[in-house]
Design a protein around this ligand. Structure first.
Ligand SMILES: Cc1ncc(COP(=O)(O)O)c(C=O)c1O
Length: 391
């Protein structure tokens, strides 16, 4: 029987048309896009075409797109790059505000900035349903706040944050606004301008493109220092010879995402996710959805089953051919329960009893029904084992 992959928030499969678009760039079109000869100019044209494709997806100018090695680098570039110009300012230490539900690529970067002693950092709490309340941001902003970084869709719960409101508050206080949109791009229609952000992160491998590629959108006239020093690539903001084949793949994936977003793909995906939740919850006691009631990205569900250990469930499902996650991909296997669920106030036991299922664009109704059936029977079996072990 066909195995089921429901871990799209960890990574998505490459679309076959993306593989095909990349193919010539591993072989005949290999020149350096900075070379002035004709082969170099062909590579340059391909990179610039990909830039146009990404800009079309994000509703921004091509000149506002910087290619990076992925979401992690884009987030680091946003935080370090936006704060660097303020480090020696006579107005005092710059202040960064971020939130307790961010990905480690933001939280660890904020921690590194704090450890250097050059930046003050405030980490905003979230509500019990995993949302950042704009009122908490309003309270935390100071005259020294230079950057606010709040994600658009959470990788674990899918909860969509009120970014438009948060960005407006940051701007009113004179700060820049960055959003980690890795889990939103290609799932929700969005436009960088409409959201009002100055910096926005996306990752290639979460939008059916290649791993090791990403983008930082940088609104024009935004002051941003580079992380890498070397050649003048990417408007002097990201030195190093471009990863041409992967950039071409990312561009193509962006175009596919843009087309998919104009279809009923997102609403169908949300319907499938809802069907999965309904089937599982109707047949399983002491279970529920973390983040339910909030607007969520259409492919994500975060389900808890009290009394079980999520890792046991994940492994048992894996043995039956269903891939899910017990936490974010970077944390799988770690003993620490998810920092996002803990920030939402879940008990350690419930956080450890939670699995995430994230559907792909290819998931079908039949897949969802099979997955629901497997989850229901496996949770019941694990609970029986646990009950008999307790006697
Ligand atoms: C919300 C979020 N931000 C950033 C990243 C990191 O992206 P990348 O794997 O491209 O470095 C991830 C990956 O899981 C993510 O989910």
């Amino acid at each position: 029987m066909r195995s089921l992959y429901m871990d799209a928030n960890a990574t998505t499969p490459l679309l076959p048309e993306v593989v095909a678009a990349m193919a010539p760039f591993w072989t005949e079109i290999f020149a350096n896009p900075s070379s002035v000869h004709q082969p170099g100019q062909r590579a340059r044209a391909a990179v610039e075409h990909a830039r146009d494709q990404v800009a079309a997806l994000l509703g921004c100018r091509s000149s506002e797109i910087i290619f990076t090695s992925g979401g992690t680098e884009s987030n680091n570039l946003a935080l370090f790059g936006a704060l660097e110009p303020h480090l020696a300012a006579p107005t005092g230490r710059p202040h960064l505000i971020t939130s307790s539900i961010e990905h480690d690529a933001v939280l660890r970067a904020a921690e590194a900035l704090l450890k250097r002693g050059s930046v003050d950092v405030t980490i905003l709490p979230c509500t019990a349903s995993g949302r950042i309340d704009p009122a908490t941001l309003a309270d935390a902003l100071t005259t020294r706040t230079r950057l606010v970084s709040i994600m658009l869709a959470n990788n674990e719960t899918g909860v969509i944050q009120p970014v438009r409101e948060l960005a407006a508050l940051a701007h009113a206080a004179g700060a820049l606004f960055h959003t980690d949109a890795v889990q939103a791009v290609g799932k929700l229609p969005l436009a960088a301008d409409d959201l009002g952000c100055d910096l926005l992160t996306l990752s290639g491998h979460k939008v059916y493109g290649p791993k090791g590629t990403g983008v930082l959108f940088v609104r024009r006239k935004t002051s941003l220092a580079p992380l890498h020093f070397g050649g003048p690539q990417e408007r002097q903001r990201r030195a190093g010879t471009e990863n041409v084949a992967s950039i071409v793949g990312l561009g193509h994936a962006a175009e596919c995402a843009r087309n998919w977003l104009t279809t009923d793909g997102p609403s169908n995906l949300a319907r499938l996710r809802d069907r999965l939740e309904q089937r599982v919850l109707a047949a399983t006691v002491q279970s529920g959805v973390n983040g339910a009631g909030e607007p969520r990205s259409p492919n994500t569900t975060n389900l808890f089953f009290d009394g079980i250990v999520a890792e046991d469930l994940m492994i048992a499902l894996d043995l039956q051919g269903l891939a899910v996650s017990a936490g974010s991909a970077c944390q799988s296997g770690a003993l620490e329960p998810s920092h996002v669920l803990r920030a939402m106030g879940l008990s350690e036991a419930r956080a450890r009893a939670t699995v995430r299922l994230s559907l792909t664009r290819m998931t079908t109704g039949e897949d969802v029904d099979r997955a629901a059936e497997m989850i229901v029977t496996t949770v019941a079996r694990l609970r029986r084992i646990r009950a008999s072990a307790a006697h």
